[in-house]
Design a protein around this ligand. Structure first.
Ligand code: ADP
Ligand code: MG
Length: 365
């Protein structure tokens, strides 16, 4: 089932005396979620992700705009009539019911022609449990399950209704790091196996990048960029998106263009820039630095962190907006001595972005 959002907007009135301090939590969203895809809504806390999701599932009424499931306008349809399954951050299982009863619960609300026989309900419950691989724990109470298992029960409970659209609001936030990794793979597998159109909300860029077909990057209720994760990473449209995707984050320098070359301070770090002289922000991905004793960019070396496969060089530069972090393979023998005070880099042109200092929009060169 494809989902289409048209001019979708939600304003919340101001909480205080001042009516003008209303919040536009979701500002004029326009996009189409293709049938059968896993789409991530990604952005920092407070950017409007939950508000958008709650409008799609029907718990919140939009201030303006429309929501379509396929060709059907569902903007005014009640949540229970939309055919959506929803999973929240806190699993919200019924503590006094066992796993089987928890998963089966929503099926008891099917009325009229949709009413199911007890047998059919149990069959569907087993099927949903198998999908999330929880079938051996059916007689346990939620308190006898780990966080990851509880979240899988919550997902099964959403799947048992065979929803047309599955909505997941930060479903992994309460899990520890390893379980988060496993459960996100599981979600991807379940989504692929069922082919249910799924919207996955997260503030964690790595989570979104690793499992989503498409990501929608948001900030302050406004869509910043939509695309395949790698495309957005490689081609951010503005400084916010460039900074939000990637760990360590992109390194930002104050720079300038002079006579077709890019400068950081006095260092000419890149030539062949076809742009008139101007000031810019320069974003360099951590993997865009090469340790090179003849390289143009000299930074003060703070420390070298070796972590398994990779080495992170932590350095500083007076034109850098923040600490400089360069990541390279740990067998890079050009790194020099750890006791060195300075390190020199050359820069990979493909890992460099330029931004307008004011608008922070990307400048193509
Ligand atoms: P996210 O899920 O991305 O963290 P939310 O959608 O929960 O963000 O919130 C977006 C913005 O809307 C925030 O500024 C939040 O304070 C505000 N907001 C959310 N719900 C309400 C509400 N019921 N009343 C007033 N403001 C709200
Ligand atoms: Mg939220």
């Amino acid at each position: 089932m494809k989902v289409v959002l048209k001019n979708l907007t939600k304003k919340f009135p101001g909480a205080g005396r001042n009516k003008n301090d209303s919040v536009i939590a979701v500002n004029n969203f326009n996009f189409e979620i293709p049938d059968g895809k896993l789409v991530g809504l990604l952005g920092p806390s407070g950017c409007g992700k939950s508000t958008a999701l709650n409008m799609i599932c029907g718990l919140l009424k939009p201030t303006e705009g429309k929501i379509f499931f396929g060709d059907e306008d569902v903007t005014n349809t009640e949540p229970e009539d939309r055919g959506v399954g929803m999973v929240f951050q806190n699993y919200a299982l019924y503590p006094h019911l066992n796993v089987r009863q928890n998963i089966l619960f929503p099926l008891q609300n099917f009325k009229g022609k949709d009413k199911l026989s007890k047998e059919e309900m149990l069959k569907r419950t087993d099927e949903a449990a198998r999908l999330v691989q929880i079938e051996s724990l059916m007689d346990r109470k939620p308190s006898e399950l780990s966080g990851g298992q509880q979240q899988r029960v919550a997902i099964a409970r959403a799947l048992v209704k065979r929803p047309k659209v599955l909505l997941l609001d930060e479903p992994l936030s309460n899990l520890d790091a390893r379980l988060r990794l496993q459960t996100r793979e599981k979600i991807r597998n379940i989504q692929t196996a069922t082919g249910i159109t799924t919207i996955f909300v997260t503030h964690d860029q790595e989570e979104a990048m690793s499992i989503c077909d498409v990501i929608v990057v948001m900030n302050h209720g406004i869509i910043q960029q939509i695309g395949k994760p790698q495309e957005v990473y490689d081609n951010p449209l503005n400084l916010f998106v460039a900074k939000f995707l990637g760990t360590p984050p992109v390194n930002v320098f104050k720079g300038k263009i002079r006579n077709g070359s890019l400068y950081i301070g006095e260092a000419n770090v890149l030539g062949g820039i076809s742009m008139p002289d101007r000031d810019v922000y320069i974003g360099i991905r951590p993997e865009g630095f090469l340790a090179d004793k003849d390289g143009p960019l000299e930074c003060s070396l703070e420390r070298i962190q070796i972590m398994g496969r990779d080495v992170t060089v932590v350095a500083s530069h007076k034109e850098a907006v923040d600490t400089v972090r360069a990541v390279m393979a740990s067998d890079n023998d050009l790194l020099g001595e750890k006791s060195d005070k300075y390190i020199r880099f050359s820069i990979k042109p493909k890992k460099v972005y330029l931004f307008d200092r004011k608008s922070e929009e990307r400048l193509k060169f």
